[in-house]
Design a protein around this ligand. Sequence first.
Ligand SMILES: Cc1ncc(COP(=O)(O)O)c(C=O)c1O
Length: 469
Amino acid sequence: MILIAEKLSEVRAITRIAKEMNVEPYIGLRVRLVTKGAGKWATSGGEHAKFGLSTSEILTATDIMRDAGMSQAFKLIHFHIGSQVPDILIVKRAVREAARYYAKLRKMGHPVEYLDVGGGLAIDYDGSRSTFHSSMNYTVDEYARDVVYNITDVCDDERVPHPDIVSESGRAIVAHHSVLVVEAFGSIEKTPSMPAPVHTEQHKLTRDLEHIHDHVTTQNLSETWHDLLQIKEEAQKMFDVGVLDLNVKARVETMFWEIAEKLQRLTKDIDPSEVPEDIVELKNQLADQHICNFSVFQSLLDHWALGALFPIVPVHRLHEQPNMASTLVDITCDSDGKVSKFIDLNDVRDTLPLHTIKVDEPYYLGIFLTGAYQDIMGDLHNLFGRVNEVHVFLDDDEESGYYIEETIAGHTIQEVLGMTQYDARDLISKVKAQVDSAIKQDKLKPTEGMRLLADYERGLKAQTYLSFG
Ligand SMILES: Cc1ncc(COP(=O)(O)O)c(C=O)c1O
């Protein structure tokens, strides 16, 4: 085992404890390279990173080892410039810089045998093979060849023996192992499929809207949009002072979104560069929302915190053309609990093509490549705990080509309450005391009281997410 130190105090601690225990340690040093990563995790590397030893600290560390009579302990040089490095040029630069440290230390007589190239090997989340933060412009093979070639090249140049290479790739090894399947159980549509009630008497506002509806063309998109906004504002003002019925308000709102949708449809007939800016933005406002039984904070933390993108596709009805442009919202109380940025080959898209949810038919979405960092970092925001887990193994011997090795139930409500110092037994006895007192005061029938208590106990054992059926 080689203990890798990132601070001088750690080198001092290792040498002191090793002496106390009368053992010979193997020590590695994490070097703080000047080469900086790129993308979302770039600050893990570079001169101002919080990790690693500067050149002078490395030399001081070797002095500490020497003074402790442990010069032979120094076995490894390590670096890590951050996760998800999208650009191979940065990898090459970092490897060469670290190899130079290795070679110079070797030449000074230190017995370093290993060069540890850390993690950073990326995942092509969006499939664009670019230097975009959710992608990578290289393959795993290219990465391996570049690491080996550049270390060899520097070592040959410096005439030192080649080191054994160690890598610590995390994300690249585990990202593919897990897919989060979430049920979309409802949707919020901007333009309701149900027509708004038409009241007998036409109102001036609805007459104006009908006129707008009939006269909008590709030539007057912007003007129409502004007229629409004006009418919507007028309707709101009239409602605020009490001179607009709910009937008319409902009709105005429905017609507003219907015309907005028509405007949006008309943009398809003109050159995209000629679509007015506010009409481009309208597209996002018109997006529908699928409500999904999950928590972004528990299961997709990098998307919420860093804007990392993941491939998301329905796992149902793939033979059917999607008919909605939608975003995803989760079941937490937080407006941030949503996914409104999706991967696209050339850009980031604001909506995802999805299907209308059918009554009594489940509709599941797969969120892929979530195997690295997501579930383990997920926090308990809104007390949504771990999700149900199914371990699926591919196996050619099975008729289906796979088998389910294990299913692990997600957290129950009482488990997550326990994590916040609420003891289930305590809670139950408090509710029981209230039920007993209500029964005594004739506020509750005994059978009702017992049913209430049983429901409460059952609820504590249920899972934190919504259960249907
Ligand atoms: C020191 C070190 N090595 C390796 C890794 C794994 O990185 P990755 O998942 O990008 O391969 C990390 C992740 O933060 C790290 O801090």
